[in-house]
Design a protein around this ligand. Sequence first.
Ligand code: ADP
Ligand code: MG
Length: 374
Amino acid sequence: MAGVRLENITKHYIPPVGTPDSHPISGLMDISLSIADGETVSVVGPSGCGKSTLLKVIAGLEFADEGRILYNHVDVTRMAPQARGVGMVFQDYALYPSKEGEDNLGYYFEVRKKTPEEKERRLRETAEMMGIGFELLMDRKVDTLSGGEKQRVGIARCIVREPNVFLMDEPISNLDAKLRESTRTEIKKLLKKFGITTLYVTHDQQEAIFMGDRIAVMRLGRLEQIGTFDELYYLPANLFVATLIGTPPLNVLAAEVRGGQLVVGGVTLPLPGELVEGLPAGALRLGVRPEGWQVDPQPGSGIVMQITRVERLYTERAAFASGQVGGVNVNVLVPLDFPESLKTIGLQPDWTQAYFFGAAGEEALRTPGVPELF
Ligand code: ADP
Ligand code: MG
């Protein structure tokens, strides 16, 4: 296994002729990041932000124009993929259709001079954890397998080879929801059991949180932020990260700091002292998560919200009330027994949970910080 380090990686793609200038900047822009030995980092971001390009550059399938890539302090920037010892699994992973498992894996074990006992033990262990049956891993021609089996076999064969680095690009997004859930649990177990350093690309936030020790958020070829879920949730670097992480997303309202008070949603609310000191006077944006509101059944002095919809999540024992504030959709966490008859509520931000951003810029001016549990 190996830790991976990217230093100022930049990759320019020449856009195909006829690509409009408005097309997002492609490739990778000055990406630096370190992945510890045995760590799993999830990569999330909108389609076209460079997730697959990042994996290809780490694997050596594409070369960076600038910057360095190190595996355990060894510079692999110009090394061919085979020399790097990477395992890759893609969404549309197609195993060589007529190759049998035994051929591929036999070669691997021969090179490593493993005893037949070691070989069999390792294969059985992996097959069992992936729930695919030893025979599938070894013998059957892959073109007779179902999509789900193919993907599991592909992942298991990759893991069994003990790659230095494991790169997975939306590996299970083609599977149905139920199979996806069980497969991701098995993948995670295997990665931790064998201590494999992994980059895991997904567009699914829940999957990213589940798989990653840390999550890297990308946009337009740039790394916006990397951190644990709590760090991204409570300490987002900017509005993009703040609104990407969390469901329903952070509510963002135009506001103004004026004379130690906050003008927002048609009301003027007194600000606590430390916020008055920390925030610039004038226009800015307030962010409040669905759970960050104090809800008053009588609007009183709070922001008035007309409720348009209540979504009840019975298994979570909670509900979300949605409505509009100044033309912006706002979601508020309420108790499951929130009365159906209530059509108007008053909202006050819990200031300890409030986020602030500039009126125009994206950078966070103030975030709640990760709460201390004990
Ligand atoms: P993601 O995996 O996040 O959806 P990609 O890494 O596939 O994004 O693509 C990032 C950007 O680079 C996109 O704008 C895409 O159009 C562009 N791109 C990807 N591969 C090439 C290529 N071979 N030539 C030119 N542009 C490319
Ligand atoms: Mg992709």
